[in-house]
Design a protein around this ligand. Structure first.
Ligand SMILES: NC(=O)C1=CN([C@@H]2O[C@H](COP(=O)(O)OP(=O)(O)OC[C@H]3O[C@@H](n4cnc5c(N)ncnc54)[C@H](O)[C@@H]3O)[C@@H](O)[C@H]2O)C=CC1
Ligand SMILES: CC/C=C\C[C@H](O)[C@H](O)/C=C/C=C/C=C\C=C\C(=O)C/C=C\CCC(=O)O
Length: 262
Protein backbone atom coordinates (compact mmCIF):
# COMPACT_ATOMS: atom_id res chain seq x y z
CA UNK A 1 0.00 0.00 0.00
CA UNK A 2 3.08 2.20 -0.30
CA UNK A 3 1.61 4.37 -3.06
CA UNK A 4 -1.98 4.68 -1.85
CA UNK A 5 -3.47 7.92 -3.23
CA UNK A 6 -0.64 8.44 -5.72
CA UNK A 7 -1.25 8.78 -9.47
CA UNK A 8 1.11 7.49 -12.18
CA UNK A 9 1.28 7.89 -15.95
CA UNK A 10 3.15 5.20 -17.92
CA UNK A 11 3.83 5.64 -21.64
CA UNK A 12 3.99 2.43 -23.65
CA UNK A 13 2.18 0.84 -20.71
CA UNK A 14 -0.03 -1.61 -22.62
CA UNK A 15 2.57 -4.38 -23.01
CA UNK A 16 6.12 -5.45 -22.19
CA UNK A 17 8.13 -3.52 -19.60
CA UNK A 18 5.52 -0.75 -19.33
CA UNK A 19 2.77 -3.24 -18.58
CA UNK A 20 4.88 -4.87 -15.83
CA UNK A 21 5.43 -1.41 -14.32
CA UNK A 22 1.69 -0.66 -14.43
CA UNK A 23 0.93 -3.90 -12.57
CA UNK A 24 3.60 -3.21 -9.93
CA UNK A 25 2.21 0.29 -9.37
CA UNK A 26 -1.34 -1.04 -9.04
CA UNK A 27 -0.23 -3.73 -6.57
CA UNK A 28 1.11 -0.81 -4.48
CA UNK A 29 -2.34 0.83 -4.64
CA UNK A 30 -1.42 3.64 -7.06
CA UNK A 31 -3.90 4.78 -9.69
CA UNK A 32 -2.41 4.45 -13.16
CA UNK A 33 -2.95 6.00 -16.56
CA UNK A 34 -1.77 3.64 -19.34
CA UNK A 35 -0.79 5.74 -22.36
CA UNK A 36 -0.18 3.76 -25.53
CA UNK A 37 -0.54 4.11 -29.31
CA UNK A 38 -1.91 0.56 -29.68
CA UNK A 39 -5.71 0.71 -29.20
CA UNK A 40 -6.35 -3.07 -29.20
CA UNK A 41 -3.52 -3.85 -26.83
CA UNK A 42 -4.57 -0.96 -24.56
CA UNK A 43 -8.21 -2.11 -24.46
CA UNK A 44 -7.15 -5.67 -23.61
CA UNK A 45 -4.75 -4.39 -20.96
CA UNK A 46 -7.47 -2.24 -19.34
CA UNK A 47 -9.96 -5.17 -19.24
CA UNK A 48 -7.38 -7.47 -17.65
CA UNK A 49 -6.34 -4.88 -15.06
CA UNK A 50 -9.98 -4.09 -14.17
CA UNK A 51 -10.61 -7.81 -13.71
CA UNK A 52 -7.60 -8.16 -11.43
CA UNK A 53 -7.69 -4.89 -9.45
CA UNK A 54 -11.31 -3.73 -9.80
CA UNK A 55 -12.50 -0.83 -11.96
CA UNK A 56 -11.58 2.79 -11.29
CA UNK A 57 -7.88 2.34 -10.55
CA UNK A 58 -6.59 2.52 -14.09
CA UNK A 59 -7.38 4.28 -17.34
CA UNK A 60 -6.25 3.56 -20.87
CA UNK A 61 -5.54 6.60 -23.03
CA UNK A 62 -4.82 5.97 -26.70
CA UNK A 63 -2.06 8.42 -27.64
CA UNK A 64 0.97 8.54 -29.92
CA UNK A 65 3.71 10.09 -27.77
CA UNK A 66 5.21 11.76 -30.85
CA UNK A 67 2.07 13.90 -31.18
CA UNK A 68 3.00 16.70 -28.77
CA UNK A 69 -0.48 18.23 -28.61
CA UNK A 70 -2.12 14.87 -27.87
CA UNK A 71 0.53 14.03 -25.29
CA UNK A 72 -0.19 17.30 -23.49
CA UNK A 73 -4.00 17.36 -23.75
CA UNK A 74 -5.12 13.72 -24.06
CA UNK A 75 -2.48 12.03 -21.93
CA UNK A 76 -1.18 14.37 -19.21
CA UNK A 77 -4.10 16.78 -18.77
CA UNK A 78 -6.78 14.06 -18.93
CA UNK A 79 -4.88 11.97 -16.38
CA UNK A 80 -4.67 14.91 -13.98
CA UNK A 81 -8.35 15.76 -14.55
CA UNK A 82 -9.49 12.16 -14.11
CA UNK A 83 -7.49 11.30 -10.98
CA UNK A 84 -7.05 14.82 -9.53
CA UNK A 85 -3.24 14.89 -9.43
CA UNK A 86 -0.05 13.42 -10.90
CA UNK A 87 2.89 12.06 -8.86
CA UNK A 88 4.81 9.57 -11.02
CA UNK A 89 5.70 9.67 -14.73
CA UNK A 90 7.41 6.77 -16.52
CA UNK A 91 8.58 7.72 -20.01
CA UNK A 92 8.89 4.16 -21.25
CA UNK A 93 7.47 4.03 -24.81
CA UNK A 94 10.22 3.02 -27.21
CA UNK A 95 10.74 1.42 -30.60
CA UNK A 96 13.50 -0.34 -32.46
CA UNK A 97 13.45 0.94 -36.04
CA UNK A 98 16.73 1.53 -37.85
CA UNK A 99 14.94 1.75 -41.19
CA UNK A 100 12.74 4.68 -40.12
CA UNK A 101 15.42 6.02 -37.81
CA UNK A 102 13.93 9.50 -37.61
CA UNK A 103 10.82 7.97 -36.03
CA UNK A 104 13.09 6.18 -33.56
CA UNK A 105 14.57 9.53 -32.51
CA UNK A 106 11.03 10.94 -32.23
CA UNK A 107 9.68 8.17 -30.00
CA UNK A 108 12.80 7.25 -27.98
CA UNK A 109 14.30 10.69 -27.36
CA UNK A 110 12.11 13.67 -28.34
CA UNK A 111 9.04 12.17 -26.65
CA UNK A 112 11.00 11.40 -23.49
CA UNK A 113 12.08 15.05 -23.37
CA UNK A 114 8.48 16.21 -23.91
CA UNK A 115 7.18 13.73 -21.33
CA UNK A 116 9.70 15.02 -18.80
CA UNK A 117 8.75 18.67 -19.40
CA UNK A 118 5.03 17.86 -19.20
CA UNK A 119 5.66 15.86 -16.03
CA UNK A 120 7.34 18.91 -14.53
CA UNK A 121 4.40 21.15 -15.50
CA UNK A 122 2.13 18.84 -13.49
CA UNK A 123 4.45 18.08 -10.54
CA UNK A 124 7.16 20.73 -10.10
CA UNK A 125 7.11 23.39 -7.36
CA UNK A 126 8.08 25.79 -10.20
CA UNK A 127 4.45 25.43 -11.34
CA UNK A 128 3.02 25.50 -7.81
CA UNK A 129 2.67 21.70 -7.71
CA UNK A 130 3.46 19.22 -4.92
CA UNK A 131 6.53 17.41 -6.35
CA UNK A 132 6.89 13.88 -7.70
CA UNK A 133 9.18 11.56 -9.56
CA UNK A 134 10.06 10.78 -13.21
CA UNK A 135 11.72 7.67 -14.66
CA UNK A 136 13.09 7.77 -18.20
CA UNK A 137 13.78 4.40 -19.82
CA UNK A 138 17.12 4.03 -21.58
CA UNK A 139 18.94 0.73 -22.20
CA UNK A 140 22.22 -1.10 -21.64
CA UNK A 141 22.59 -0.44 -25.37
CA UNK A 142 23.75 3.01 -24.24
CA UNK A 143 26.80 1.36 -22.67
CA UNK A 144 27.38 -1.26 -25.38
CA UNK A 145 27.10 1.02 -28.46
CA UNK A 146 25.33 -1.83 -30.21
CA UNK A 147 26.54 -2.09 -33.85
CA UNK A 148 23.16 -3.55 -34.82
CA UNK A 149 21.21 -0.49 -33.72
CA UNK A 150 23.21 2.72 -34.17
CA UNK A 151 20.32 5.16 -33.98
CA UNK A 152 18.56 3.26 -31.17
CA UNK A 153 21.87 3.38 -29.30
CA UNK A 154 22.20 7.12 -29.90
CA UNK A 155 18.70 7.78 -28.53
CA UNK A 156 19.44 5.76 -25.40
CA UNK A 157 22.70 7.70 -24.83
CA UNK A 158 20.64 10.87 -25.24
CA UNK A 159 18.09 9.78 -22.65
CA UNK A 160 20.84 9.29 -20.06
CA UNK A 161 22.46 12.68 -20.73
CA UNK A 162 19.14 14.53 -20.72
CA UNK A 163 17.96 12.82 -17.53
CA UNK A 164 21.16 13.51 -15.58
CA UNK A 165 21.15 17.17 -16.64
CA UNK A 166 17.48 17.56 -15.68
CA UNK A 167 18.07 15.87 -12.32
CA UNK A 168 20.69 18.53 -11.55
CA UNK A 169 18.34 21.27 -12.82
CA UNK A 170 15.67 19.93 -10.47
CA UNK A 171 17.99 20.32 -7.49
CA UNK A 172 19.20 23.79 -8.51
CA UNK A 173 15.66 24.94 -9.31
CA UNK A 174 14.11 23.32 -6.20
CA UNK A 175 11.53 21.53 -8.40
CA UNK A 176 10.83 18.85 -5.79
CA UNK A 177 10.86 16.24 -8.55
CA UNK A 178 13.35 13.34 -8.59
CA UNK A 179 14.39 12.33 -12.10
CA UNK A 180 16.19 9.03 -12.73
CA UNK A 181 17.06 6.80 -15.67
CA UNK A 182 16.75 3.03 -16.04
CA UNK A 183 18.95 0.90 -18.33
CA UNK A 184 17.80 -2.69 -18.73
CA UNK A 185 19.78 -5.32 -20.65
CA UNK A 186 17.76 -7.66 -22.92
CA UNK A 187 14.19 -8.17 -21.69
CA UNK A 188 11.69 -10.76 -22.89
CA UNK A 189 9.13 -8.52 -24.62
CA UNK A 190 7.72 -8.23 -28.16
CA UNK A 191 10.37 -5.57 -28.91
CA UNK A 192 13.14 -8.14 -28.59
CA UNK A 193 11.68 -10.27 -31.39
CA UNK A 194 12.00 -7.39 -33.85
CA UNK A 195 15.65 -8.39 -34.29
CA UNK A 196 14.42 -10.81 -36.98
CA UNK A 197 12.53 -8.15 -38.97
CA UNK A 198 14.00 -6.25 -41.90
CA UNK A 199 11.20 -3.71 -41.43
CA UNK A 200 12.72 -2.83 -38.06
CA UNK A 201 16.42 -3.51 -38.43
CA UNK A 202 16.81 -2.25 -42.01
CA UNK A 203 20.19 -3.17 -43.49
CA UNK A 204 21.43 -4.26 -40.04
CA UNK A 205 19.11 -7.30 -40.17
CA UNK A 206 21.98 -9.20 -41.73
CA UNK A 207 23.75 -8.98 -38.35
CA UNK A 208 20.89 -10.77 -36.61
CA UNK A 209 22.89 -13.91 -35.81
CA UNK A 210 25.55 -11.78 -34.17
CA UNK A 211 22.84 -9.95 -32.23
CA UNK A 212 21.40 -13.28 -31.04
CA UNK A 213 24.86 -14.43 -29.93
CA UNK A 214 25.10 -11.27 -27.80
CA UNK A 215 21.72 -12.10 -26.27
CA UNK A 216 22.84 -15.67 -25.53
CA UNK A 217 26.00 -14.31 -23.92
CA UNK A 218 24.28 -11.79 -21.64
CA UNK A 219 20.94 -13.57 -21.13
CA UNK A 220 17.37 -12.30 -21.20
CA UNK A 221 15.58 -10.73 -18.21
CA UNK A 222 11.91 -10.91 -17.25
CA UNK A 223 9.87 -7.64 -17.29
CA UNK A 224 8.92 -8.14 -13.60
CA UNK A 225 12.56 -7.51 -12.55
CA UNK A 226 12.58 -4.24 -14.49
CA UNK A 227 9.36 -3.27 -12.68
CA UNK A 228 11.10 -4.04 -9.35
CA UNK A 229 13.86 -1.61 -10.35
CA UNK A 230 11.30 1.03 -11.24
CA UNK A 231 9.56 0.63 -7.89
CA UNK A 232 12.89 1.17 -6.15
CA UNK A 233 13.48 4.38 -8.14
CA UNK A 234 9.95 5.52 -7.23
CA UNK A 235 10.09 4.77 -3.51
CA UNK A 236 13.72 5.58 -2.58
CA UNK A 237 13.63 9.32 -1.82
CA UNK A 238 17.45 9.49 -1.89
CA UNK A 239 17.68 8.76 -5.61
CA UNK A 240 17.95 11.64 -8.10
CA UNK A 241 20.07 11.58 -11.27
CA UNK A 242 20.71 7.87 -10.67
CA UNK A 243 21.56 5.63 -13.63
CA UNK A 244 20.14 2.23 -12.71
CA UNK A 245 21.37 -0.76 -14.72
CA UNK A 246 19.66 -4.15 -14.68
CA UNK A 247 21.55 -7.13 -16.05
CA UNK A 248 21.43 -10.91 -15.66
CA UNK A 249 24.91 -11.06 -14.15
CA UNK A 250 24.60 -8.20 -11.63
CA UNK A 251 20.85 -7.72 -11.19
CA UNK A 252 19.74 -4.23 -10.14
CA UNK A 253 22.76 -1.96 -9.68
CA UNK A 254 23.93 1.59 -10.44
CA UNK A 255 26.39 3.09 -12.89
CA UNK A 256 28.99 5.29 -11.24
CA UNK A 257 30.79 8.22 -12.87
CA UNK A 258 34.26 9.54 -12.07
CA UNK A 259 33.99 13.00 -10.52
CA UNK A 260 35.23 15.67 -12.99
CA UNK A 261 38.54 17.16 -11.92
CA UNK A 262 39.68 20.62 -13.01
N1 LIG B 1 12.99 -5.34 -24.45
C1 LIG B 1 14.25 -5.02 -24.26
O1 LIG B 1 15.16 -5.86 -24.44
C2 LIG B 1 14.62 -3.65 -23.79
C3 LIG B 1 13.77 -2.57 -23.89
N2 LIG B 1 14.20 -1.34 -23.45
C4 LIG B 1 13.33 -0.19 -23.54
O2 LIG B 1 12.20 -0.39 -22.71
C5 LIG B 1 11.09 0.34 -23.23
C6 LIG B 1 9.90 -0.59 -23.38
O3 LIG B 1 10.25 -1.60 -24.29
P1 LIG B 1 9.53 -3.01 -24.39
O4 LIG B 1 8.54 -3.17 -23.33
O5 LIG B 1 10.58 -4.00 -24.57
O6 LIG B 1 8.80 -2.83 -25.80
P2 LIG B 1 7.39 -3.35 -26.34
O7 LIG B 1 7.44 -3.18 -27.80
O8 LIG B 1 7.09 -4.67 -25.77
O9 LIG B 1 6.37 -2.29 -25.70
C7 LIG B 1 6.44 -0.94 -26.05
C8 LIG B 1 5.08 -0.31 -25.90
O10 LIG B 1 5.21 1.06 -26.33
C9 LIG B 1 4.14 1.37 -27.20
N3 LIG B 1 4.53 2.42 -28.13
C10 LIG B 1 5.39 2.34 -29.16
N4 LIG B 1 5.43 3.48 -29.83
C11 LIG B 1 4.59 4.33 -29.21
C12 LIG B 1 4.18 5.66 -29.46
N5 LIG B 1 4.67 6.35 -30.51
N6 LIG B 1 3.29 6.23 -28.61
C13 LIG B 1 2.78 5.53 -27.57
N7 LIG B 1 3.10 4.25 -27.31
C14 LIG B 1 4.01 3.66 -28.11
C15 LIG B 1 3.82 0.06 -27.90
O11 LIG B 1 2.50 0.07 -28.45
C16 LIG B 1 4.01 -0.94 -26.80
O12 LIG B 1 2.82 -1.16 -26.07
C17 LIG B 1 11.56 0.96 -24.55
O13 LIG B 1 11.95 2.29 -24.32
C18 LIG B 1 12.77 0.10 -24.91
O14 LIG B 1 13.67 0.79 -25.72
C19 LIG B 1 15.43 -1.14 -22.88
C20 LIG B 1 16.28 -2.18 -22.76
C21 LIG B 1 15.96 -3.52 -23.19
C1 LIG C 1 16.09 -5.98 -31.85
C2 LIG C 1 16.47 -5.83 -30.45
C3 LIG C 1 15.51 -5.06 -29.72
C4 LIG C 1 15.61 -4.72 -28.50
C5 LIG C 1 16.75 -4.83 -27.60
C6 LIG C 1 17.09 -3.47 -27.23
O1 LIG C 1 17.94 -2.93 -28.19
C7 LIG C 1 17.71 -3.33 -25.92
O2 LIG C 1 17.51 -2.02 -25.50
C8 LIG C 1 19.15 -3.68 -25.95
C9 LIG C 1 19.79 -4.09 -24.88
C10 LIG C 1 21.16 -4.38 -24.92
C11 LIG C 1 21.80 -4.92 -23.85
C12 LIG C 1 23.15 -5.14 -23.92
C13 LIG C 1 23.98 -5.54 -23.01
C14 LIG C 1 23.91 -6.29 -21.82
C15 LIG C 1 25.03 -6.32 -21.08
C16 LIG C 1 25.22 -7.01 -19.88
O3 LIG C 1 24.35 -7.70 -19.40
C17 LIG C 1 26.55 -6.80 -19.28
C18 LIG C 1 26.68 -7.29 -17.90
C19 LIG C 1 27.17 -6.54 -16.93
C20 LIG C 1 27.44 -5.14 -17.05
C21 LIG C 1 28.04 -4.66 -15.80
C22 LIG C 1 27.95 -3.20 -15.71
O4 LIG C 1 28.62 -2.49 -16.46
O5 LIG C 1 27.21 -2.75 -14.86
Amino acid sequence: MALMGRVALVTGGAQGIGRAAVEALMRSAAKVSVVDVNQDCGDACKSELDAEFGGGSCAFIQCDVTDGDALRADAFQKTADMFGRLDIVINNAGINNEKNWEKTIGVNLTSVIKGTYLGLEHMSREYGKQGGTIINVSSMAAFMHSPHQPVYTATKHGVIGFTRAMADASVLGNYGVRINVLCPAFVDTPLLHSVEEEDNMGKFVKFKEDFKRTMDKFGVLQPSLIADGMMRLITDAALNGAVMKITCSKGIHFHTYEPMSA
